[in-house]
Design a protein around this ligand. Structure first.
Ligand SMILES: Nc1ncnc2c1ncn2[C@@H]1O[C@H](COP(=O)(O)OS(=O)(=O)O)[C@@H](OP(=O)(O)O)[C@H]1O
Length: 336
C-alpha cells in the first residue's frame, strides 16, 4: 500500500509542477500585457485614477480626434461666439479650463480685457480678433474676462459687436466671494511685503459698523445690479448662469449644462476631470499623454478668518439683493 502511494505521488508530482510552472508564466505574461497596453504615458502621475479610466479616455480621445479632423486652412482667427463675463473670484478660470476639454471649444489663454479697457478697445475689432486662437468651422471661440461683469460700458460694446452672442456668468455665494476677493488682496500685498488694511476697516462703516455698500468687493457681489444691466440689452435666453459653488463640487454637471446652452454635443469626457484629494479640487487631464493639471495655487487659497458675526451680517445684507436677482432670472440659488 505504502509502495503504491509513493509510486502514485512520483507519477503525479512531475506533471503537476509542470502545470504550475506554465500557470505562473501565463499569469506573468497577462500582467505584463496589461501594464504595457495601459501603462504608456503618465500612469504614475494619475494617482487618483484607475487604468480602466485611462483606457476609456484613450479610446474616446481617438474617436474624438478622428471626428474633428480639419484642413488647417479652414482654421482662422474668429471673434468669440460666447463670452464668460465674470464674476471675479467665482471660478471663471476653472470654468474656461474645463470647457477647453471640449474639442469644439477654443479660447485664448489670457484675459483680453477688450471691452472693459478703453485703450484696448480703441485698437479695434481686428486687434481683438487676432487675440483669439485660430478656430475651425465647427468650433466656438470663448473669451473670458471677469471685469466685463461690472464694467458699465462692456454690455453695449459687446452688443454692438454681436447682438446674438452667447454670454456666460458664473456666480457663487456673495459673502464667500467677498472673502475670497479680500483674501486675494491680502495675498497680493503679502507678495510685495506689504500688509492689507484689516477687513473690517474696508468692509464696515467706521461709525455705524454696518456693511459698507461702497466697498468694491461688496459691490461686485450685489449681483442683481450687474445682471440687470446685461439684461437691458440681452435677452435672458442668451445668458447662462453657472452655479460657481456647484462647479467646485460637481464640475461635470455645470459643463453639461453649458454644452446644452451652446448646442454642442456632450463631448467633455468625464474621465478627464477627476478629484485631486491633495489639492481638494477637481483637476483635469487635457490629453491622453499629457500630465494631470490643477489650477495654480492662487486658486483655492485658504480664506482669511472672518468672524461669524460679520459673516452673518453680510449674509443678511445680501439677502434682498439675492431675492431681486432670483426674481430677475427666474431661478434661485441656495445661498443662506
Ligand atoms: N477646480 C478648481 N480648482 C481651483 N479653484 C476652483 C476650482 N473650481 C472652482 N474654483 C474656485 O475658483 C475661484 C477663483 O475664481 P476665479 O478663477 O474666477 O478668480 S479670478 O477672478 O480669475 O482671480 C477659487 O476661489 P477661492 O477658493 O476663494 O480661491 C476657487 O474656489
Amino acid at each position: 500500500m505504502k509502495r503504491q502511494l509513493r509510486r502514485w505521488t512520483k507519477s503525479c508530482l512531475l506533471p503537476l509542477s509542470a502545470i504550475l510552472f506554465v500557470c505562473v508564466i501565463l499569469l506573468q505574461n497577462g500582467f505584463l500585457l496589461t501594464t504595457v497596453s495601459f501603462g504608456a504615458g503618465p500612469v504614475n502621475d494619475m494617482s487618483d485614477n484607475s487604468n480602466k479610466g485611462l483606457r476609456k479616455l484613450l479610446e474616446k480621445d481617438q474617436l474624438t480626434m478622428e471626428k474633428h479632423q480639419h484642413n488647417r486652412s479652414e482654421c482662422v482667427h474668429r471673434l468669440p461666439g460666447c463670452i464668460i463675463i465674470g464674476a471675479r473670484k467665482c471660478g471663471t478660470r476653472a470654468l474656461i479650463e474645463f470647457l477647453k476639454l471640449h474639442p469644439q471649444i477654443i479660447s485664448p489663454n489670457d484675459e483680453v480685457h477688450f471691452f472693459s479697457n478703453d485703450t484696448n478697445y480703441k485698437l479695434g475689432l481686428e486687434w481683438y480678433r487676432e487675440k483669439m486662437p485660430p478656430s475651425c468651422p465647427d468650433q466656438i471661440t470663448i473669451e473670458k474676462t471677469p471685469k466685463y461683469f461690472i464694467s458699465a460700458i462692456s454690455p453695449s460694446r459687446i452688443h454692438r459687436m454681436n447682438s446674438s452672442i452667447k454670454l456666460i456668468a458664473i456666480l457663487r455665494h456673495p459673502t464667500t466671494r467677498v472673502i475670497s476677493d479680500y483674501t486675494q488682496i491680502c495675498a497680493n500685498k503679502q507678495a510685495k511685503n506689504e500688509t492689507a488694511e484689516p477687513f473690517e476697516a474696508r468692509a464696515l462703516d467706521r461709525q455705524t459698523g454696518h456693511i459698507n455698500p461702497d466697498y468694491k468687493a461688496t459691490q461686485i457681489s450685489m449681483y442683481y445690479l450687474h445682471i440687470a444691466r446685461w439684461l437691458q440689452l440681452f435677452p435672458l435666453e442668451q445668458l447662462h448662469i453657472v452655479d460657481g459653488d456647484n462647479l467646485i463640487v460637481n464640475p461635470l454637471e455645470e459643463i453639461r449644462k453649458i454644452e446644452t446652452f451652446l448646442q454642442l454635443p456632450q463631448e467633455v469626457n468625464p474621465e478627464s476631470i477627476y478629484f485631486n484629494s491633495t489639492r481638494g479640487f477637481y483637476c483635469m487631464r487635457k490629453s491622453k499623454t499629457g500630465p494631470e493639471q490643477c489650477l495654480g495655487v492662487n486658486k483655492g487659497r485658504k480664506h482669511v478668518n472672518i468672524s461669524e458675526k460679520i459673516v452673518s451680517r453680510f449674509n443678511k445684507f445680501f439677502r434682498p439683493h439675492n431675492e431681486r436677482l432670483y426674481k430677475l432670472i427666474g431661478r434661485r440659488f441656495s445661498w443662506r
